[in-house]
Write a protein that binds this ligand. Structure first.
Ligand code: ATP
Ligand code: MG
Length: 410
């Protein structure tokens, strides 16, 4: 006679995954540190809101993100976290009881696919909770030998294994995880205040914007638009670039400045060799007016020394002469290849190279002045109503709100 089983065998279930976000810029001290953490927590909460409900709290330089309800796409959460400035690494882990058997059981279940793929492995432990009775070396050894018994085909290799099993003993629980994803680094957006970023449709200015957001600036975008000399597709392209940047910067506002009147006036009254710089002086002046309106403390451009005639040292002195606020040019010392590399990395390159013209390319002087002087413009700018033209363009700005978009959905 065979015995009839009355109870179904117990199928082990893993607790839900969560995320550990490790903070960057560890050199920050005192007030700066708490400002950093507060800003970062707020940014994480805002960025994850479209992806479900989470419990978010911070302990020992780590932000814990625990999915609660409505979270259907953990990969999207992982990706969103990897774009938030201020985080150096993102860990996707499973919590368990702080004991060797629980850790081993969890690793067996959670990392079974990784064990099936890897030819060798090691265990690396971190003990943030010093009350835990084993030190990290003892813990790694014990967990490692039990895992090797469970997966005998995967050899132990403490030097250069294909799989590293991480065990972190923290305040409330132990956490088991595989590889960590590098975070975006930098400082939390908004921690350094706000700046106005001049966004053309090219390769450089989205990279410049990204670099300054990475240093903790919240950005207000501005685009100078010369319809019908530049097409609606050109404007859409700029809005798309801004949308791609929201994954890093959070939601953005793009100020579309009507620039046709100014360009036509320049064509009438500005000597051709000075045309581009006269135009750029208008751009800077209007951008500063926008900065005053939104409480921004600096302007950002994608200029790089010597890249074009309007980016020589003398030309930049002329361009920034009309504004008082500092002009940040994060690409100033970079080669085009370096800029392109970042552009690909942040996902803006393919959009940047779409062939729509920018207003800068509409009327390009044949022989631009490369060594201009600020005083050259004293005469030129008396030929038109500089202040009036700026004010008129400023009064007719269209402000387009760009909601946060997870670039993975692009
Ligand atoms: P990009 O690749 O960003 O277009 P670029 O090398 O083509 O830069 P320029 O066209 O001379 O350089 O412009 C220099 C900078 O001026 C840009 O990086 C951008 O910050 C700003 N800029 C140029 N055109 C516009 C525009 N239409 N609207 C807003 N900003 C602009
Ligand atoms: Mg350009």
């Amino acid at each position: 006679m065979c015995e009839i089983e009355t109870a179904a065998p117990e199928i082990p279930v893993l607790p839900p995954e969560l995320f550990l976000l490790k903070l960057g810029e560890v050199v920050l001290k005192g007030l700066n540190r708490s400002h950093f953490e507060d800003k970062l927590m707020a940014n994480v909460a805002r960025r994850l809101r479209p992806l479900g409900t989470f419990r978010i709290y911070t302990r020992q330089s780590t932000i814990y993100v625990e999915p609660q309800s409505g979270v259907t796409d953990m990969d999207a959460v992982y990706h969103a976290c990897s774009q938030i400035f201020g985080i150096v690494s993102v860990v996707r882990a499973v919590p368990c009881e702080k004991s060797v058997p629980a850790i081993v059981e969890t690793a067996k279940l959670y990392l079974a696919p990784e064990f099936a793929r890897a030819k060798d492995f090691k265990v690396e432990s971190k003990r943030a909770d010093k009350r835990f009775p084993l030190n990290s070396i003892q813990l790694s050894q014990q967990v490692g030998s039990l895992l090797h018994r469970a997966f005998p085909k995967t050899a132990v290799n403490v030097h250069d294994p294909e799989l590293t099993v991480y065990v972190e003993i923290r305040e409330r629980a132990a956490y088991v995880h595989g590889p960590t994803l590098p975070g975006a680094g930098g400082l939390p957006v908004g921690m350094g205040g706000k700046a106005v970023s001049l966004l053309s449709g090219g390769i450089d200015s989205p990279v410049a914007s990204w670099m300054m957001a990475k240093r903790g600036l919240a950005l207000e975008m501005v685009h100078f638009f010369s319809y019908p000399y530049t097409s609606n597709e050109a404007k859409e392209k700029v809005l798309e670039l801004a949308s791609l940047l929201t994954g890093y910067c959070g939601r953005l506002t793009v100020n579309i400045v009507p620039f046709t009147g100014i360009q036509e006036e320049l064509r009438r009254s500005c000597p051709e060799p000075y045309f581009t710089l006269a135009m750029r002086r208008f751009m800077m002046r209007i951008s500063e007016m926008i900065a005053d309106r939104v409480g921004a403390g600096a302007l950002v451009t994608g200029e790089s020394l010597g890249q074009v005639a309007s980016q020589t040292m003398a030309a930049m002195a002329v361009t920034e002469d009309v504004v008082k606020k500092p002009v940040f040019r994060p690409l100033i010392g970079m080669d085009k290849e370096e800029i392109v590399k970042i552009s690909r990395h942040i996902g803006t390159f393919d959009t940047s190279i779409l062939p729509y013209e920018d207003c800068c390319t509409v009327f390009t002087p044949r022989h631009p002045r490369t060594q201009p002087k600020v005083s050259d413009f004293d005469d030129i700018e008396t030929k038109y109503d500089f202040e009036g033209l700026c004010q008129q363009a400023f009064d007719n700005i269209e402000r387009v709100q760009i909601p946060f978009r997870n670039q993975r959905d692009a």
